[in-house]
Ligand binder design. Structure first.
Ligand SMILES: *Cc1c(COP(=O)(O)O)cnc(C)c1O
Length: 419
């Protein structure tokens, strides 16, 4: 996280003062470092330099078009999971030949949109979806590139909510079913079978589950080739973890090396779909302390960001480091950091030893760049916060804070209720 550093007791993002940005845009807001984002993408991409590959950034992890543009400008593609994400990626100028479309529930209009945009391939998650895509491609007079998303049944040893490659998960099809499905797909004239794909989960901090998955997929690729299916792409999904607290995930170069070593002579273009590892530690959430209070049990720090702005602690009980934006000499207290939302589950941190924060003070919630803003909502009719990108000593608002009028945008009082 070298681009979020203290200088003279104050937190800086690159050469910009976080406090100064807060004074300009108000709180709460998400703050991203351009340099970190670009570096992370570059390091990941370079790690695979030895083999043909496309880095398809997982849009759902951080989808602002200003951020997508950084990766697109570096030659990256995207992994999308909806028509809306395709729209965003196109706004960012993505090359459609570098777009892969994942997700268990693609609607017909979304399939049509993606076919018209000429994306590289659909990562298909069921037999019915295959027939839907084939029929849609026929109507449009096109061939749809596809891969089947295989569930390799490996345990990524991560949080159950973000583990996707086990038998009991809804994602993909198991290998036996996949072999059958590829045979059926070969009979569908409007499909171009391009690859095999998988995605085992998120915040994975070991290499072995990825290698296990790859080895299972490899066998499948060889078998399919024997049967005459020309598999050209192997999509290993995303999922590489980051350090939130004390995790020690492998560095992208180690991860890449293990994959490269395990894939010798496969003669495939590899697709990687990293999300968190690129953006997670490239962004923070800046919030302001509204009040502090103490009851018989606990100390509370009440801040102006809530679970609608950053839901990860409430949803996954996940850990984000809490830091003051301006360091002062003071004692440490045990406290919960909570938001203004009317839910007991509305917290950013629980039972944390933190400096004794004061009213009006700025607080940085670290490692909030992935699944932060993208999972935010208007719950409690709270306007969604601003997003700011820093490059050098300059900051750019890449999403303005919502106004009250944005909150009711599209709503309508029915005619019979009008006075
Ligand atoms: C969410 C997702 C990713 C990205 O996962 P990270 O853990 O953020 O790297 C990649 N591929 C698919 C199919 C996904 O659903």
């Amino acid at each position: 996280m070298n681009d979020f550093q203290y200088k003279e007791q104050e937190l800086w993002c690159e050469q910009a003062s976080v406090r100064a940005i807060a004074e300009k845009v108000g709180t709460p807001f998400y703050l991203y470092s351009y340099r970190t984002l670009k570096n992370h993408f570059h390091v990941f991409d370079q790690a695979f330099a030895e083999i043909p590959h496309i880095i398809c950034f997982a849009v759902k992890s951080s989808s602002n078009i200003g951020i997508l543009r950084i990766f697109v400008a570096e030659g990256g593609g995207v992994d999308i999971v909806s028509g809306g994400e395709l729209y965003r990626a196109m706004q960012a100028g993505v090359d459609p030949r570098k777009v892969v479309y994942s997700g268990v529930g693609k609607r017909l209009d979304e399939i049509e949109y993606a076919l018209k945009a000429n994306i590289l391939m659909f990562n298909v998650e069921s037999f019915q979806e295959l027939t839907e895509i084939n029929a849609c491609a026929q109507r449009l007079g096109k061939k749809a590139g596809i891969a089947l998303r295989v569930n390799p049944d490996v345990d990524p040893q991560t949080h159950p909510y973000i583990s996707t490659g086990l038998k009991e998960n809804k994602f993909g099809v198991n290998i036996e079913k996949a072999i059958e499905a590829y045979r059926e797909a070969r009979k569908m004239p409007y499909l171009d079978i391009k690859g095999v794909s998988c995605h085992i989960g998120s915040q994975v901090t070991k290499i072995s589950p990825f290698v296990d998955a790859l080895n299972r997929l490899k066998k499948l690729v060889y078998l399919l080739r024997e049967e005459g299916t020309n598999i050209r792409y192997l999509d290993l999904g995303g999922g590489l973890g980051i350090t939130y607290k004390e995790e020690q995930p492998p560095h992208p170069t180690e991860y890449a090396k293990a994959i490269i070593d395990a894939s010798k002579d496969m003669n495939c273009t590899f697709i990687l779909e990293p999300g968190r590892v690129i953006v997670g530690n490239a962004g923070i959430l800046v919030t302001k302390v509204l009040y502090t209070k103490t009851n018989e049990e606990k100390n509370f720090v009440i801040v102006d960001a809530g679970m609608n702005d950053l839901i990860r602690p409430s949803l996954y009980n996940s850990y984000h480091q809490i830091q003051p934006v301006v360091i002062k000499k003071r004692k440490t207290v045990l406290a919960d950091i909570v938001g203004p939302i009317c839910e007991s589950g509305d917290y950013l941190a629980k039972d944390r030893n933190i400096p004794e924060f004061e009213r009006g003070e700025l607080m940085a919630v670290m490692s909030a760049g992935a699944y932060g803003f993208t999972m935010s909502s208007n719950y409690n009719s709270r306007p969604r916060v601003a997003e700011v990108l820093v490059k050098g000593d300059r900051s750019y608002v890449i999403r303005r804070r919502e106004m009250y009028s944005d909150i009711v945008k599209g709503e309508k009082i029915p005619i019979f209720l009008k006075v």
